[in-house]
Write a protein of this length. Sequence first.
Length: 74
Amino acid sequence: MHRTHTCGQLNAHHLSEKVTLSGWIANRRDHGGIIFIDLRDRYGITQLVFDPQTHEEVTKIIESARSEWVIKIE
């Protein structure tokens, strides 16, 4: 599946759901190990948070991510 929701759709009601998003990395910030990514599509922006202590394998991949890369995340 390409995506289940758009970035502009997500809100507090989706916290317990498993969602798939795809879009462009608008911005990536590394704050002492915690990595924040602003994922954008044509509908809006969703902030993704990666903690290396809980998502070690994924964090290694995300550390190399750059602006305008296209990603799909679940």
